[in-house]
Design a binder for this molecule. Structure first.
Ligand code: C2E
Ligand code: MG
Ligand code: MG
Length: 656
C-alpha cells in the first residue's frame, strides 16, 4: 500500500511545482468529461449487444452502476469547470482523479472480461476491441496526468493480455500483441509529452512571474512618479494631470472646480528653530490634517516645500468657499505637538473657481495670484479670487511683462530722501529709493514693482541698476554724506547676487560710502546665508541697517546675531506717537535698546513737527520723513542741502 501511495505521489507531484497541478487540473477538466462520455457510449453498446445472451447482472446492473459512476463524476467536473483552483486543491483533485481511474479501470476490465463467456466469437471480438479501444481512449484523455494514464493502461492491459493469451485463439493473441505494442508506444509518447507539458507549464509560469515583476516595477515607478515621497499624497506632476482632467470634465458637464492653494507661512522658521526632521514631521502632519478634513471627491496634493493644493469638485458659492478656507486655516493653526516641542503654524489660503473657457494654466494662475495676495495682505487668512482681483491680476501681468521686456536701465531712476540728525542739526545721509517710469504703464510705485520683481526673479537686476546710480551719486554728493541702498531678500539670500553687488562697489570707489538696508523677513529666510552676505558687505566698508523694524516677526535674536550698525524703526510707530501711549512706550524702549546695543536708531516717516518733538523728548536723534524732505532727485537734493547749509549759517550768525 505504501509503495503504491509513494508511486502515486511521485507520479502526481511534479518537481516543477504547484503550477503543474493547476495546469493538469485544467487539462483534466476539459478532457475527463469527454472520457466519461466515451465510456458511457461504449458501455451502452456492449450492454446492448449482450442484452439477450448475458444475465441482467452484466447487461443492466454492473454497466448501470459503471454508467452512474461516470455520470456523477462528469457532473462533478462539469460544475467545477470554471472554478479558480489553488495549487493545493488542484493537487487533491488530481489525486482523487487518479484514484477514480484505478477504480474505473478495474471495474471496466472486470466487467468486460466477465462478459466474454456469454458471447459468440464475433461478440468476443467486439469485447476485445471494446476494451482495447476504450483503454487507448482513456490513456489519451488522461495523458496530462502521467500516473493516471499509466495506471489505467497497466490495470487494463495485464488481466486483458493474460486473459486473451489464455484463450489460445490466434486472433485474440494478435489483438493482445497489438494492444501491448500500442500501449507501449503510447507510454513512450506519453512520457515525452508529459515532459514537454511540464516544461511548457514551467516556462509559462516563469513568464507570468516576469510579467508580474514588470507590472510591480511599473506600478512602483508610477507610484514614485506621482506621489510625494515625504507625505505620501499626490505630487505636483499628479496634480497637473488631475487638474487638466477635472477641469475638462467640469467644463463638459457645465459645472466648475475650485483650486484651493494652501501655503504655510514662514515655514523656514520651523526648520531653523526645530531642524529639518521636525520640519518634515510638521509637513506630514499638515497633509494628514488636510486629508482628514477634505471631502472624498476633493483631490489633495503637495506642490513643493510648504505648498499644498486641493481641487474641489462643483464648489459652493464664494461665501461657503471662504468659510471652508477659514476652516482649513483653523485646522492647521492648532498646535502641533512634536517631540522637540510645540509648533504653531499658520497658512495663507487662496481660492479660485473655474470659469467657462478656462485653461488649467489660467485657473492655476488666478489661484496662485490670490494666494500671493493672501500672503501679503491676509497672512493666516483666506482670500477667494473675485472680480477686483481679476482687474488687479490683469494689471499685474502687464507689469510683469514690462519688467521682463522694458529697458530698466533707462526707465529706473533713483531719488534720495534725507536722513537728519537733530542733535547735529544737519542731514547726515540719504536713503536711495528707486522710481520706475515705464513707457506703457507710466509711474509705478516701488511698493508694487519691487515685490513683483522679487517674485519673478528680476530684483537683482534692479538692485544693480539702483546701486550703480547710487555709486555715481556718491561722487556728486558731499563726502560727509552716506548713501543707503535697499536690498531685497533675494539679494542677500543669493551668493551670486551678493558677489555682483560686491564687484560693483569694488569697481567703483574705495573706501565706500554706500550702506545697505535689509529687512527682517529677508534675514529670516536663511539666517546662515544672510550672515555670510552681510559679512561680505561689511568687508567692503559698508554698514548694515535693519529696515522697517517692528513690522515683521521682530526678534531680538536677529538684532543681536547680525552685524548691524543701525535699526530703522518703522513709521507705523511714529505715525500715532502723539495719540497712542503704546507707540510712545515702544519708541522709548527702542531708543534704549539701540543705546544698549551700541547701534544707531533711525525713525522713519516723521511728517510733522509734533511727531519730531515727541520723538526728541524720548531721546530719538536721527530721523527720516516728509518733514525733513520727500524723496527727491539728486539735483533737488543738492538744492535742499544748499538751503539747509544756508539756514544753518544764518542760525549760527544769529546765535553768534
Ligand atoms: P523703505 O525702504 O522703508 O523706504 C521708505 C519708504 O517710506 C519710501 O517709500 C518713502 O518714500 C516712504 N516715506 C519716507 N518718508 C515718509 C513719510 O514721512 N511719510 C510717508 N507716508 N512715507 C514716507 P517708497 O519710495 O515708495 O518705497 C517703498 C518701499 O519700496 C521701500 O520702503 C523699500 O522697501 C522699497 N524700495 C524702494 N526702492 C527700493 C530699491 O531700490 N530696492 C529695494 N530692494 N527696495 C526698494
Ligand atoms: Mg529702506
Ligand atoms: Mg523703511
Amino acid at each position: 500500500m505504501f509503495v503504491f501511495r509513494h508511486f502515486l505521489k511521485n507520479l502526481s507531484e511534479p518537481a516543477t511545482g504547484p503550477d503543474l497541478s493547476v495546469a493538469q487540473w485544467r487539462a483534466l477538466s476539459r478532457q475527463v468529461p469527454l472520457m466519461y462520455a466515451m465510456l458511457v457510449c461504449n458501455t451502452l453498446t456492449v450492454s446492448w449487444t449482450h442484452y439477450d445472451i448475458a444475465p441482467p447482472l452484466y447487461t443492466i446492473y454492473v454497466p448501470g452502476f459503471l454508467i452512474l459512476f461516470c455520470v456523477v463524476r462528469t457532473i462533478v467536473w462539469w460544475l467545477n469547470r470554471h472554478k479558480q483552483v489553488c495549487p493545493g486543491s488542484a493537487r487533491r483533485s488530481v489525486q482523487i482523479m487518479i484514484g477514480m481511474s484505478v477504480i474505473l479501470a478495474t471495474g471496466f476490465v472486470a466487467w468486460g472480461l466477465s462478459l466474454f463467456q456469454y458471447g459468440s466469437i464475433e461478440q468476443q471480438f467486439q469485447l476485445a476491441s471494446f476494451l482495447a479501444i476504450t483503454v487507448i481512449g482513456c490513456v489519451l484523455c488522461l495523458m496530462h496526468v502521467r500516473a493516471a494514464a499509466i495506471l489505467v493502461a497497466v490495470i487494463v492491459m495485464m488481466p486483458y493480455v493474460t486473459f486473451l493469451a489464455s484463450t489460445g485463439h490466434i486472433g485474440f493473441n494478435a489483438i493482445a500483441i497489438n494492444l501491448v505494442a500500442v500501449l507501449a508506444t503510447l507510454a513512450f509518447v506519453l512520457v515525452g509529452n508529459h515532459r514537454d507539458f511540464s516544461s511548457l507549464v514551467a516556462s509559462r509560469n516563469a513568464m507570468a512571474q516576469r510579467q508580474l515583476e514588470t507590472q510591480r516595477l511599473l506600478e512602483e515607478n508610477h507610484r514614485l512618479a506621482n506621489l510625494d515621497a515625504l507625505t505620501g499624497i499626490p505630487n505636483r506632476r499628479h496634480f497637473d494631470r488631475q487638474l487638466r482632467a477635472s477641469l475638462k470634465s467640469a467644463l463638459e458637464a457645465g459645472t466648475s472646480i475650485a483650486i484651493v492653494r494652501v501655503d504655510i507661512d514662514s515655514f523656514k522658521t520651523v526648520n531653523q528653530i526645530f531642524g529639518q526632521l521636525t520640519g518634515d514631521q510638521v509637513l506630514v502632519e499638515i497633509s494628514r490634517r488636510l486629508t482628514a478634513m477634505k471631502a472624498d471627491t476633493t483631490f489633495l496634493a503637495r506642490l513643493d516645500g510648504d505648498k499644498f493644493v486641493l481641487i474641489m469638485q462643483d464648489p459652493a458659492g464664494n461665501e461657503e468657499l471662504q468659510r471652508q478656507g477659514e476652516a482649513i486655516n483653523g485646522a492647521l493653526s492648532e498646535t502641533l505637538h512634536m517631540s522637540l516641542g510645540a509648533v504653531r503654524i499658520t497658512a495663507s489660503v487662496g481660492i479660485a473657481v473655474s470659469q467657462e473657457g478656462d485653461t488649467p494654466e489660467k485657473l492655476f494662475d488666478r489661484a496662485d495670484y490670490v494666494t500671493w495676495v493672501a500672503k501679503r495682505e491676509a497672512r493666516g487668512g483666506c482670500i477667494v479670487f473675485s472680480k477686483h482681483h481679476a482687474r488687479e491680476l490683469l494689471q499685474v501681468r502687464r507689469m510683469e511683462e514690462q519688467l521682463h521686456t522694458a529697458d530698466l536701465e533707462k526707465e529706473i531712476q533713483v531719488v534720495v530722501q534725507p536722513q537728519y540728525d537733530i542733535v547735529l542739526g544737519r542731514t547726515i545721509g540719504v536713503e536711495v529709493l528707486a522710481r520706475w517710469h515705464n513707457a506703457v504703464l507710466g509711474d509705478v510705485s516701488p511698493a508694487e514693482f519691487i515685490p513683483m520683481a522679487e517674485r519673478i526673479g528680476k530684483i537683482s537686476h534692479i538692485t544693480q541698476i539702483v546701486l550703480k546710480q547710487a555709486l555715481q551719486l556718491s561722487e556728486v554728493l558731499p563726502g560727509s554724506l552716506r548713501l543707503s541702498v535697499n536690498l531685497s531678500a533675494n539679494d542677500i539670500g543669493s551668493t551670486t547676487a551678493i558677489d555682483q553687488i560686491v564687484a560693483l562697489v569694488r569697481a567703483h570707489s574705495s573706501p565706500t560710502r554706500v550702506d545697505f538696508e535689509i529687512t527682517e523677513t529677508a534675514v529670516m529666510r536663511d539666517m546662515g546665508q544672510a550672515s555670510q552676505s552681510l559679512l561680505a558687505l561689511l568687508r567692503l566698508g559698508s554698514r548694515i541697517a535693519l529696515d522697517d523694524f517692528g513690522t515683521g516677526h521682530s526678534s531680538l535674536t536677529h538684532v543681536q546675531r547680525l552685524p548691524l550698525h543701525q535699526i530703522k524703526i518703522d513709521r507705523s510707530f511714529v505715525m500715532d506717537i502723539n495719540s497712542d501711549p503704546a507707540s510712545r512706550a515702544i519708541v522709548k524702549t527702542m531708543v534704549e535698546l539701540c543705546r544698549n546695543l551700541g547701534m544707531n536708531c533711525v525713525f522713519e516717516g516723521v511728517e510733522t513737527e509734533t511727531q519730531l518733538e515727541a520723538l526728541a523728548s524720548l531721546g530719538a536723534r536721527v530721523m527720516q520723513g516728509y518733514f525733513f524732505g520727500r524723496p527727491m532727485s539728486a539735483a533737488a537734493f543738492l538744492d535742499h542741502l544748499a538751503r539747509e547749509n544756508a539756514a544753518r549759517l544764518f542760525e549760527n550768525r544769529v546765535s553768534a
